[in-house]
Design a binder for this molecule. Structure first.
Ligand code: HEM
Length: 416
């Protein structure tokens, strides 16, 4: 079905018979047009009034894209019509993805999710608050006197990873190779679905080979770290099969390593450009804590997919079982139909609408940890570096993919 009829370096899929030509648009989720201006800006540019709410692109193996917040939300929340059987694009790569339980639909998914929640629920996360706060302080304190830093390299890429590795009882020295695997899973290299599948498969196997001996050594032990709690938990009253444990621990690593990292950098670029927003939360602690949800609305970073579970007509469009639909979470939080003045970060917005953490049964299990990390970062940063801006001539580099990324976030402030 995928043919190398290349006008440029990217392989294009043939349009299936049930896809009308009027719904075809060239959109490359891994190389969005206008990405130089910003990741959110590039997605949002597609949300023009004349853009159909479902479009089909021949790129990345050929798939649908939901372009309105309402659809992103709806599709996430309905696993009977939109399955998690494959969630990464291109589909060829998604079929290689072996993490657990993200590719399971209920009821198979339910006991795995219950187990994950025992380790990441709000009361468990409250227990690590002091540890998380200390990790933030330890990173920020040495920066204060420098008057500048690359926030991405010196804080965002380190802090959530440090927190997660401590919770999982893993050494920081393992981080560089894990971060590389995470990058290759969420932004796999290659110009064709086959090349991308190969890159993702190698990274997935890298995670598996890394966690395999760790799981074996922690099975049957009495450790209280996140991995021990998971691998000694039960699924429907039975010990978890080894292959499922490998997939589940790999997923926790992936979830803990790539998302918060990039979300924090996107947030900080905005705050550096909008000092008045920083003043507001510096003077009002409650506003800061309540406003973190708005930060998640404003800076979504994930674009995963669902597989059409049954032939159906959805909002007037014919879909066939096996079709893939990309759900860019940026197109929910930033949709005017969901939130008034979506570009504005309004710390006091009432009930911000977004799918930054997905929705339905797979809604992010790590969101309480992510919230804590974001809150603590804002509190401790602003306490020590109350005023900061982007360095003159700063040019952050943006990447799109399953998880968006940003590099080069040079911040400056008055030395104390
Ligand atoms: C800003 C930070 C984060 C964002 C934007 C984010 C986003 C998401 C999204 C969109 C999903 C849904 C996947 C799907 O439906 O297919 C998800 C699931 C998940 N996330 Fe996060 N995540 C974040 C942080 C974390 C952290 C820190 C962890 C910690 C380990 C984590 C662990 C997970 C897990 C385990 C799932 C799978 C849940 C399931 O399949 O039931 N996430 N996340």
């Amino acid at each position: 079905m995928v043919e190398a009829t290349v006008a440029d370096h990217r392989v294009r899929a043939d349009r299936p018979a049930h896809v009308p030509e009027t719904l075809v648009r060239d959109i490359d989720m891994y190389a969005l047009d206008g990405i130089e201006q910003g990741y959110h800006e590039a997605w949002k540019a597609l949300q023009q009034p004349d853009m159909p709410e479902l479009v089909w692109t021949p790129l990345t193996g050929g798939h649908w894209i939901a372009t309105r917040g309402e659809l992103v939300k709806d599709i996430y929340s309905d696993p009977t019509r939109f399955s998690s059987e494959v969630i990464f694009l291109p589909k060829e790569a998604g079929e290689k993805y072996g993490m657990v339980p993200t590719r399971m639909d209920p009821p198979e998914h339910t006991p795995y999710r219950k187990l994950i929640d025992t380790g990441l629920n709000p009361s468990q996360i409250r227990k690590v608050e002091e540890q998380v706060r200390q990790a933030a302080i330890d990173l920020i304190e040495p920066l204060v006197a420098k008057g500048q830093c690359d926030f991405a390299a010196e804080y965002a890429n380190v802090f959530p990873v440090k927190v997660f590795m401590a919770m999982a009882g893993l050494p920081m020295s393992d981080v560089p190779k894990l971060s590389e695997f995470a990058r290759d899973m969420t932004r796999p290299a290659g110009n064709s679905p086959e090349e991308m599948a190969e890159s993702l498969d190698a990274a997935n196997k890298g995670f598996d080979a890394y966690v395999d001996p760790i799981i074996r050594s922690r099975r049957g032990g009495s450790g209280t770290d996140l991995i021990s709690v998971m691998v000694n938990g039960t699924i429907n009253g039975e010990p978890m099969p080894h292959d499922k444990a490998v997939g589940l621990i790999s997923l926790l690593l992936l979830g803990g390593l790539d998302t918060v990292v990039n979300f924090l950098s996107f947030s900080m670029i905005y705050l550096a450009r909008h000092p008045e927003k920083v003043t507001e939360i510096r003077e009002d602690e409650l506003k800061l804590r309540r406003g973190v949800e708005e930060l998640f609305r404003r800076f979504p970073v994930v674009s995963e997919a669902r597989m059409v579970a049954v032939d159906q007509t959805y909002r007037g469009v014919e879909l066939k079982r096996g079709d893939m639909i990309l759900l860019p979470t940026a197109l929910h939080g930033l949709d005017e139909g969901a939130n008034e003045n979506p570009w504005d970060l309004d710390w006091e917005r009432k009930a911000p609408q977004h799918s930054t953490f997905g929705g339905g049964p797979h809604r992010c299990a790590g969101l309480h940890l992510a919230r804590l990390e974001a809150t603590v970062t804002l509190q401790e940063w602003i306490r020590r570096i109350p005023e900061f801006s982007l360095a003159p001539g700063a040019n952050p580099v943006y990447h799109s993919g399953i998880v968006a990324a940003v590099e080069n976030v040079p911040l400056v402030w008055a030395k104390s």
